[in-house]
Unconditional design. Structure first.
Length: 323
């Protein structure tokens, strides 16, 4: 097992007291496997991945029954040890490439910086050759010219490819892609998805693919987990989620996708009423109950995530006649 996460909890100390952002998250990941994570903004997707990278702010506290990468306890790592893991063994593509890249340094400088930190056996010439190789691998035209370019000279799609090149520079065993196709047009989005799958296949790399679009994540994932208000509310194979969803929230996400059966031409897409509750205003029972069309009295108590292959956190799971 490459990554083993059991009962992961993330809390933040604030002026208003201790706030739980993520609660009892469980999942495993093997080499070459892709885990898709989907949910609205504020559900805890990015916070969970920042915890896996050891990048939470100082007021964040991580606890878990198990948080192991290749058998190594990530919770016990000091910062100097994290620096040997982060970027080399576990790497991350951040949400917005236009702001993640440093505007003051060229593409070549930023690529070589990664190599200097994690592969000191390379000399100057070898680092440049490796940088050119990475740009060719991610499909950047005229890579010699692009090494001298600055971020403001790049398009959104090209910036994202540069971010991918930086993330795979040291051939990591786990790549976390945090909404890598956000703000890209459909054509570029499809190119990025195919590129990630190609790189994963070449390196037998595990991947966590995070997005708010369940239609996108289904194209690249082996298994899916749906997060809501800091909890995993449903987890299964891609087919299990798409064809036999149990949780009303998952069902609502899928119904909101364009092209669903029964929708007339140019009719408004269905939507889930309400908003994800704020961190300091989480309900005491089922987190989705205030927005759920199937809410009943028992929903005032927090449901326990079932431990089946198709796991769900709901007192009244959907059946075929209600889905």
């Amino acid at each position: 097992m490459l990554l083993d996460v059991k009962n992961l909890n993330i809390e933040f100390k604030t002026k208003k007291g201790l706030i739980k952002a993520v609660r009892d998250v469980n999942f495993t990941l093997k080499r070459g496997e892709t885990l898709g994570v989907v949910g609205e903004s504020g559900c805890g997707k990015s916070i969970t991945n920042l915890a896996l990278m050891g990048l939470l702010p100082d007021n964040g506290k991580v606890s878990a029954q198990k948080l192991e990468f290749e058998g190594k306890d990530l919770l016990s790592l000091k910062e100097r040890h994290w620096q040997k893991v982060r970027g080399k063994q576990i790497s991350m593509i951040f949400q917005d490439p236009m702001t993640a890249l440093n505007p003051c340094f060229s593409v070549g400088y930023q690529l070589e910086e990664t190599l200097i930190l994690h592969d000191q056996s390379l000399n100057i010439r070898q680092r440049k050759e490796r940088s050119l190789e990475l740009l060719r691998q991610v499909g950047i035209p005229d890579p010699v010219k692009r090494l001298l370019s600055y971020p403001h000279e790049l398009s959104g799609g090209m910036s994202q490819r540069i971010m991918i090149a930086m993330a795979i520079a040291c051939r990591p065993k786990l790549l976390i892609a945090d909404e890598p196709t956000t703000a890209l047009d459909v054509t570029i989005q499809d190119q990025i998805l195919r590129l990630l799958k190609e790189i994963q296949s070449q390196n037998n790399m595990a991947m966590i693919f995070v997005t708010h679009d369940i239609g996108v994540v289904a194209k690249v994932s082996d298994k899916l987990q749906v997060m809501y208000a800091g909890e995993i509310i449903e987890s299964s194979s891609v087919d299990g989620i798409l064809n036999n969803q149990k949780h009303p929230y998952t069902h609502g996400l899928l119904k909101s996708l364009p092209g669903q059966k029964g929708l007339s031409f140019r009719s408004p897409l269905p939507s889930i009423k309400g908003m994800v509750p704020a961190l300091n205003k989480r309900p005491s029972g089922c987190q989705f109950a205030p927005r759920c069309e199937f809410k009943q009295e028992k929903c005032d108590k927090n449901p326990i995530l079932s431990l089946d292959k198709h796991a769900y956190r709901c007192h009244y799971p959907l059946k075929g006649d209600r889905a």
